[in-house]
Design a protein around this ligand. Structure first.
Ligand SMILES: Cc1ncc(COP(=O)(O)O)c(C=O)c1O
Length: 483
C-alpha cells in the first residue's frame, strides 16, 4: 500500500523477540513469587517501601522499553513490600491472606486475557459456575442471578440500584429519581459503602437512616419499626432495609431473620452486607448465626476477605433475576447478541452491572473452590472465630486490658488501661501501641472507635494465624504498653 512501511508494521508487535529468554525470566519470576508465598510467615509483617525504591518509582515516562528483564527485576524488588496481609500476624482492617494456588489461576487468566463483558467463550461458563456455587452456598433460590465484581462496595451499588428501580420503576434510569423521597435503613454499625451507594445512586446519604444498636451492636428492631412509621407519616418512601452480617468494627450480626420479616411486611427491599461474615455460610457451626441471610433480596460479599482469594474479588447475588436485569440491561447496536457465533450466549454480564469490559476474576475464585472446597473454608473461618475468642479471654483475664465489644465472630476490640489516664490519654496510648507493633514489624492490628473510645482492633481473617501468633501479639501489646 502506497505510503505504508509494511515491514515496520509487521515486525513491531509486543511479543518477545526471544521466547527462550522470556521464558527464563517468567520462570524466575514464578520462583520468586512462590518463595514469597512460602515464606509468608517469616520475618516482619509490614515493611515500608525504602526511600530509594520510592524515588525509583518517580521516574520519567519511559519513551523506550527496557525489556522484560527490567520488568522482572522491578516486580521482584517489590515483593517484600506489600500490605503484609499474607503474614499470620496481619490483623488489620478486613484483609484476606491470599493463597499460592491463586497464582496458578492468575497466570491462566493472564494467558487467556478474556473480557467477561459478554459473548460466548470459556471464561463466561466459569463465572456462571462460580455464581451458581455461591447461590447454593448462600441458600439463594434457583434462578437467582449474580456477578463477580471488584468487591462489596461495587456489589452494594449494584444491589441498591436494583432496589431503587423496583421502588421507582425502570423509567428512573432515564429520568432520575426526581422528587421521589426514598429512605432506607441500616444499623449505625453499617459499613460506609452503603451510604456511598446512596450517594452515588442519587438518593443521597442523608436518606440512609442509621438505626441505633443494642449492647451487642445489633440493630434495634423496635426502633427500626418506629422509624419506618415516622418516615411514612412524614410522606417519605421507605424502600430498602440493609442488614449487616458481620459489622466491620466488631463483627456484629444483625437479627437477619427478623429484618427479613420486617422488610416483607413493609414492602422493603432487604439487602445484606455480608462482606466477610457471609462466608460463615460455609460452616455448619457459624451458619445458624446468619439465619435470615438466605431470605434477602440481595447479598453483597467478598471472596478476598474470608475466602482468601487474592485481591480483588467480590460478589453480588440478586434473588430475582428480573430485578437485576431491569437495573442494567441496555445494549448499543455494536453489542447486539446473536444466536450463533461469538456474540451468542445468554446473560451477558454487561446487562447485570455497570462495567462493560471485565477481567477474569472468576477464575481465581473457581480455583479456590476447586482446590480447597467449601468445608475447608468454613473450618478455617471457625478457627479464626476461636482465635478471636481466645484473645478475648486473654484480654479479660489481664487486669490492665479490657474488651470494648463482645467477641461474636472473628474480631476482638480491646484496649490497654492504665491508672491515672483519662479516655483521651488512653486513646493516645493505645494508638501508639498499634503504631509500634506495625512499625516494629511484629504484628499489624488496626484501630477503630467503640462508643468513642479508641480500640486496638484485631480482625482475624487469616488462614495462617496460629494460637501462638495470638500469644505473641498479646505479649507484644503488653510489652509496648509498659515500654
Ligand atoms: C462489613 C463490610 N462491608 C463492606 C466492606 C467493603 O468491602 P470492599 O472493600 O470489598 O469493597 C467491608 C470492608 O472491609 C466490610 O467489612
Amino acid at each position: 500500500m502506497a505510503g505504508w512501511d509494511m515491514t515496520r508494521i509487521e515486525t513491531g508487535g509486543l511479543d518477545p523477540e526471544d521466547w527462550e529468554a522470556f521464558r527464563a525470566e517468567a520462570h524466575a519470576m514464578l520462583d520468586a513469587a512462590m518463595d514469597q508465598m512460602q515464606s509468608a510467615g517469616n520475618g516482619r509483617v509490614w515493611t515500608p517501601l525504602p526511600e530509594a525504591q520510592k524515588a525509583g518509582l518517580r521516574a520519567p515516562l519511559p519513551r523506550e522499553g527496557a525489556g522484560v528483564g527490567a520488568v522482572r527485576a522491578g516486580c521482584e524488588a517489590l515483593l517484600s513490600y506489600g500490605v503484609g496481609n499474607a503474614h499470620p500476624r496481619f490483623f488489620g482492617w478486613v484483609h484476606g491472606s491470599g493463597t499460592p494456588g491463586n497464582m496458578i489461576a492468575e497466570i491462566a487468566a493472564a494467558a487467556m486475557n478474556a473480557n467477561l463483558g459478554g459473548r460466548d467463550h470459556g471464561a463466561i461458563y466459569v463465572e456462571r459456575q462460580v455464581v451458581e456455587w455461591c447461590r447454593e452456598m448462600m441458600g439463594f433460590p434457583e434462578g437467582a442471578s449474580g456477578l463477580i465484581v471488584s468487591g462489596t462496595s461495587l456489589a452494594t451499588i449494584i444491589a441498591l440500584k436494583a432496589a431503587r428501580e423496583r421502588a421507582l420503576g425502570v423509567e428512573t434510569r432515564k429520568e432520575g429519581i426526581g422528587a421521589a423521597r426514598l429512605v432506607g435503613y441500616c444499623s449505625s454499625e453499617t459499613h460506609a459503602c452503603v451510604a456511598r451507594a446512596f450517594d452515588m445512586l442519587g438518593i443521597g446519604s442523608d436518606a440512609l437512616r442509621l438505626v441505633p444498636v443494642d449492647a451487642e451492636f445489633r440493630m434495634q428492631v423496635d426502633v427500626l419499626r418506629a422509624m419506618i412509621a415516622e418516615d411514612r407519616a412524614a410522606g417519605l418512601q421507605p424502600f430498602a432495609l440493609i442488614g449487616t452480617a458481620g459489622s466491620v468494627n466488631m463483627g456484629a450480626i444483625d437479627p437477619l431473620e427478623t429484618l427479613a420479616g420486617i422488610a416483607c411486611d413493609e414492602g422493603l427491599w432487604f439487602h445484606v452486607d455480608g462482606a466477610f461474615g457471609a462466608m460463615g455460610m460455609a460452616s455448619a457451626r457459624l451458619r445458624p448465626l446468619l439465619r435470615g441471610l438466605e431470605a434477602a433480596d440481595s447479598l453483597a460479599f467478598d471472596f478476598h476477605k474470608w475466602m482468601h482469594v487474592n485481591y480483588d474479588a467480590g460478589c453480588v447475588l440478586i434473588r430475582d433475576e428480573a430485578d437485576h436485569r431491569r437495573a442494567f440491561a441496555a445494549r448499543p447496536d455494536y453489542l447486539e447478541g446473536a444466536t450463533r457465533g461469538l456474540a451468542a450466549g445468554d446473560r451477558w454480564a454487561v446487562d447485570y452491572g455497570p462495567e462493560l469490559s471485565r477481567g477474569f476474576r472468576a477464575l481465581k475464585v473457581w480455583a479456590s473452590f476447586v482446590e480447597h472446597g467449601v468445608n475447608r473454608i468454613g473450618a478455617l473461618a471457625e478457627r479464626n472465630c476461636d482465635q478471636a475468642a481466645y484473645l478475648g479471654g486473654l484480654v479479660e483475664a489481664e487486669a490492665t486490658t479490657e474488651c470494648l465489644a463482645p467477641v461474636t465472630l472473628n474480631i476482638c476490640c480491646f484496649r490497654v488501661l492504665r491508672d491515672g489516664l483519662d479516655d483521651a490519654a488512653l486513646d493516645a496510648l493505645n494508638a501508639e501501641i498499634v503504631l509500634r507493633l506495625q512499625e516494629g514489624g511484629i504484628a499489624a492490628p488496626s484501630t477503630t472507635r467503640i462508643k468513642g473510645r479508641l480500640a486496638i482492633r484485631v480482625n482475624i481473617t487469616n488462614h495462617r494465624t496460629t494460637q501462638e501468633d495470638i500469644d505473641i501479639l498479646f505479649r507484644a501489646v503488653l510489652a509496648e504498653a509498659w515500654a
